[in-house]
Design a protein. Structure first.
Length: 147
């Protein structure tokens, strides 16, 4: 007949074997949730910037897109995400053929592209296993027709 005390040790060994796998799954799910949330925030910020740009493009070209950048930053900050606008390290790019030519007419498309680096919680573990190198880059591009 087996003793109950022998089963306690077996349970502890099984728990010790399963715990790392369980933690990896939980932290991985948290990473995916954070990534999805930031992607949605970037899309909302790009949409807000493209909408502002579509209605104020002639003023924005003269003002180096300061109003568009403000609209993007305000939307992102309301969702708790920081976006760098303007300067060398800018994560925001204003795109469109009429932007480069400087002549924009109603019906032309203007866009906002945001590229933001995203560090995973498990990034170091994945890098050690050779599955990933460096941060991921989340991308959101929105196009709008000028009014």
């Amino acid at each position: 007949m087996r003793n109950k005390k022998n089963h306690l040790g077996q349970s502890l060994v099984e728990f010790a074997l399963v715990l790392p796998i369980l933690l990896l799954l939980i932290i991985g799910a948290m990473d995916i949730g954070r990534m999805f949330y930031i992607k949605v925030a970037l899309t909302n910020a790009a949409r807000e910037g493209a909408n502002y740009l579509a209605y104020h493009v002639s003023e924005e070209i003269d003002a180096d897109f300061s109003g568009t950048y403000e609209a993007i930053k305000a939307e992102a900050e309301s969702l708790g995400v920081e976006i760098v606008t303007g300067g060398e390290n800018s994560e925001v790019e204003i795109i469109g053929t009429c932007i480069t030519s400087g002549v924009c007419l109603p019906g032309d498309e203007v866009g906002v592209q945001i590229l933001k680096p995203f560090d995973l919680i498990l990034g170091n573990v994945l890098a050690a296993l050779g599955l990933m190198s460096g941060p991921l880059t989340l991308n959101s591009t929105i196009w709008m027709v000028m009014q």
